[in-house]
Design a protein around this ligand. Sequence first.
Ligand SMILES: C[S@@+](CC[C@H](N)C(=O)[O-])C[C@H]1O[C@@H](n2cnc3c(N)ncnc32)[C@H](O)[C@@H]1O
Length: 650
Amino acid sequence: MPLQRIETVDQPRSEAVAAGQIALFDKKTRRLDDFRNMLVWGDNKLIIASVLRDFRGKIDLIYIDPPFDVDADFRMGVPIGDQNDEIFKDQSALEMVAYRDTWGKGSDSYLQMLGERLSIMRELLADTGSIFVHVGANVSHRVRAIMDDIFGLPNFRNEIILPGRAVKNLQQQFDSLQRLQVRHDVLLWYTRLPSTRFKPFWIEKHDPGNPEGHWHHFWSTADRPTMRYELFGVTPTSGQWVWKKERALTASANYERFLAEAGGRTLAQYWRDTGSRLEFIRPSPDDGKPQYWREPAESRLADTVWSGLPVYSSSSDYPTEKSQALLQQILELASTEGATVADFFCGSGTTAVVAERLGRRWIMADLGRFAIHTSRKRLIELQRQLHAEGKPYRAFDVFNLGRYERQWWQKERLQGADEEHRRIVLEFYRAEPLRNSPSPLLHGRKGPAFCHVDSIDSILTRDEVRAAAAAAKQAGAKELACLAWDFEMNLRMECNAVEKELGIKIKIIQIPREIMEKNRKDPPPFLEVATLEAKPIYRTEAGKRVVDIKLTAFIPSLAEVPSKELEALQERAVKSGFDFIDFWAVDFDYHDGGPFNHHWQDYRTRKDRSLKTVSEQGFSYPKKGTYTACVKVVDIFGCDTSVTVEVDYA
Ligand SMILES: C[S@@+](CC[C@H](N)C(=O)[O-])C[C@H]1O[C@@H](n2cnc3c(N)ncnc32)[C@H](O)[C@@H]1O
């Protein structure tokens, strides 16, 4: 099954002005090569098989971290609006299915799920390739047995012990009457061939008085511009050197010696001399906050207990996010620059972030929309950062497999019968199918509303809505519900116009994917799709006409809000819809059917909750004419919607 490319993310273009100038801008940052990294949304069982076509025997390192903490992976609090208030996000439809598939029959179904995928992943590995599987201690012995079968015993390299999290819940306390608390994860390392050799891997010796490792958070609140001078080729833009320039230059000799001793591996960016010793300071790879390292460390050969390493990220909303330090250790251990690294359970994209920093190519997949959104946001931010530092990075594309899944359902289960499809949709929607319908466009009735069910694998268009609304009006109805899998962009705005013209209320409702589940009986929620409106804004800059986009309205779909909170949030959604926007982006020159190119974007972060509602690109087109801009909004639940806007570039 081919992957569908839905977005391209090239590089930060906030500084790029006109389309014609982007080529110039490109030259500023050296691209490593033309490989485009891949972020894929969908069930990895299908994705791994799809990727096989182009990547059989070509992947150098696979790291996977499948969910093993039963239900800890999907439910989470997400920040909303300009302040740091939080609301609870439920599982998405797709995540629910995956969760049931994985844990429906306890660890047996989990192992089956994993086994199926590991067998295909083996085909992806290069002859010198490695796979690392991160699992909980509760299932590690069974996963290891499966991996022995799939990869062959001679390919087993190590079982690595990773310090886990202390678990505080009541059940654990109760369990402690019977056994010790489990406080470690397991990393299973296999290779494709037994003959593969790796270079000796040295790690910094752990300081026993310092259980967190050498690096610590360090806050400097002072802000003295005179302390920002060039040292080691770096001029700090945030933060500063600790000593005045003359003293720094003397002490920098010590720093060079330290670097040589540490094998050049520790790239401290800041340092200070406390009088009795040197302290080396760098931004934390996890959250960019300054960290300091007390003294030059000794190195020792790595072993299978990685006790000095933080395994979980301390600075993330994503509950299962792993630390960059862990991924860095794995990637440095078993891959080299230019290698291709894959993670098919990528979560918030930590593997991609580290791969990008270390100059590896990457392929990531996850079935959570929220996970894909979190990864996209992190990777865009990383591109911006690397760009600002003048460091190279690769472009990436976002793909999905969604449409094909329905095609498969249609072929396998419905055998192409659209009538059967409509019957199932209406049954789940709890609507009556119409026996003697007044129009072929009206398929059911629910209360006062007629229902139109769009065909499987098609996109509901404005013309269809207009025709169905006219048929409903003719049949004397005041309301029409249009149920569809996909929607033409800008559809809601057209509906608003038709509502006014015909005096009929139109609801646009997304058919939930859960209805494809085998043996599903109870109806999943059918929710209305988000509404988005935007308009172009024109001004003249240095004698040139430039365009920006202003968001004028947004009402989110609340598909992933727990039903308890739905009512309260509905009110907020209508009153202050912009609070629900997490990210938005503009493609100023969008072509129907093509991928969305990120020309400009803005997003909220934990630290900075503000969001612009007018783009700041000042885009100019190479010549006069009418163009189409596309605006994409991702809400705080990771659901996206888009709208096209006509730009009259006179
Ligand atoms: C433990 S988390 C991974 C966390 C990740 N290592 C990080 O640092 O953020 C597991 C992820 O697997 C994803 N997942 C579970 N089943 C999946 C499937 N069948 N296909 C793709 N992704 C899946 C979940 O959505 C979740 O984001």
